[in-house]
Design a protein around this ligand. Structure first.
Ligand code: GDP
Ligand code: MG
Length: 338
């Protein structure tokens, strides 16, 4: 069915801010003046913050997914730059609407490495609690990237974990043992950095979703969250005969996050990845994706970003306000720089 507002594309009034990047000799460069302004905006600074982030290797469809997340956010929440909502019930918009937002497809160069924040802030007032909330969106890149060194990678993942409350770990194909070990390593790093702020026994970090792209084993575990949940149980299960090392990785991950979920996405179709027969530039529209992928994409994004699922960023059980959050973030950026 063609949406009625076909000629009215989404308001997407924002741009990507590369707030942290690596120099050629792997030093961290911080450029967060605009981020500071954004978080200290009078309509934002006293709101509780929900930092939503995605992390993973480059060219695995992270920015592509985030751009659909932005479409969802602009349709469901007023923002500083776009106070009016366009048809939330049909948030994916027209079939042929080109995808805009974080630049995607251009990941072959290193300039997308680091932390990139969308410059607009989404606002929500929670009906149940009366809390005023600000949502920000971050694209984090570097993990498993062959060009970035292992220390750079774990630093960036640790930072992503420290500064978000909903984090998506974007993986391709399957969850591998070395990725779990990597996750443990980075999370240990983050725990260590936050040690002075967190109570000893509380879980220091909030939601982590393992998002597996191009899932092919749907006969074993179906697409989506339910299949993801049974798959998660298989790869995080601690078995008596397992080596101690494998047990402890799993134990550690479980103890570090308040909520662990997993979702399995089908392959998006040839048009999205480009093939020899079809060389014409693809603009990211959903009309040319496989139907099953579109369906699962919509369910996934709604699950991640609907009002009931928003998770406020907590540090040592305190919910951070946006302005405070900037101070927290700046502190970590500088800590990791040194
Ligand atoms: P990023 O570097 O991880 O941010 O990846 P991009 O979002 O820039 O996407 C890289 C390429 O992957 C683009 O050509 C996308 O069209 C394509 N892509 C998007 N989603 C998927 C997916 O689920 N699977 C595959 N195989 N490719 C995808
Ligand atoms: Mg990207």
């Amino acid at each position: 069915m063609e949406p009625a507002y076909k000629d009215k594309p989404h308001c997407m009034n924002g741009y990507p801010l590369n707030v942290l990047k690596f120099s050629d000799d792997d030093k961290i460069i911080i450029q967060n003046e605009e981020l500071k302004e954004m978080l200290q905006h009078p309509k934002v600074k006293f709101r509780k913050i929900v930092p939503f982030s995605i992390i993973g290797a480059y060219r695995k469809g992270k920015s592509f997914l985030l751009d659909y997340c932005l479409r969802y956010l602009y349709a469901h929440y007023p923002s500083i730059n776009c106070p009016n909502l366009i048809n939330p019930d049909n948030w994916m918009g027209a079939k042929d609407e080109p995808l805009r937002g974080f630049s995607w497809r251009s990941g072959a160069t290193r300039d997308t490495t680091g932390i990139i924040v969308w410059s607009d802030v989404f606002l929500h007032n929670c009906e149940m609690t009366g809390e005023k909330i600000a949502i920000i969106v971050m694209d984090t890149q570097g993990l498993f990237d062959t060009l970035t060194t292992a220390t750079g990678n774990s630093r960036i993942f640790a930072l992503g974990t420290l500064i978000s409350s909903i984090q998506v770990l974007n993986l391709s194909g399957v969850v591998q043992e070395d990725q779990l070990q990597y996750l443990q390593f980075a999370t240990e790093f983050a725990k260590f950095a936050a040690a002075d702020k967190n109570e000893l026994n509380a879980k220091p970090f909030q939601n982590l979703m393992f998002l597996v792209r191009d899932w092919v084993n749907w006969k074993d575990h179906d697409y989506g969250l339910e299949g993801g949940s049974t798959y998660l149980n298989t790869f995080l299960e601690i078995k008596p005969h397992q080596k101690d090392e494998l047990k402890s990785v799993r134990q550690f991950i479980k103890e570090s996050f308040e909520e662990l979920t997993c979702s399995l996405l089908p392959h998006p179709g040839d048009r999205v990845i480009g093939n020899k027969k079809n060389q014409q530039m693809y603009d990211g529209n959903w009309g040319e994706m496989d139907e099953e992928f579109v369906k699962e994409l919509a369910i996934l994004i709604d699950h991640l970003l609907k009002p009931e699922r928003l998770v406020l960023k907590k540090v040592n059980q305190n919910k951070l306000q946006a302005a405070e959050y900037f101070g927290y973030l700046d502190e970590y950026f500088h800590l990791f720089q040194s």
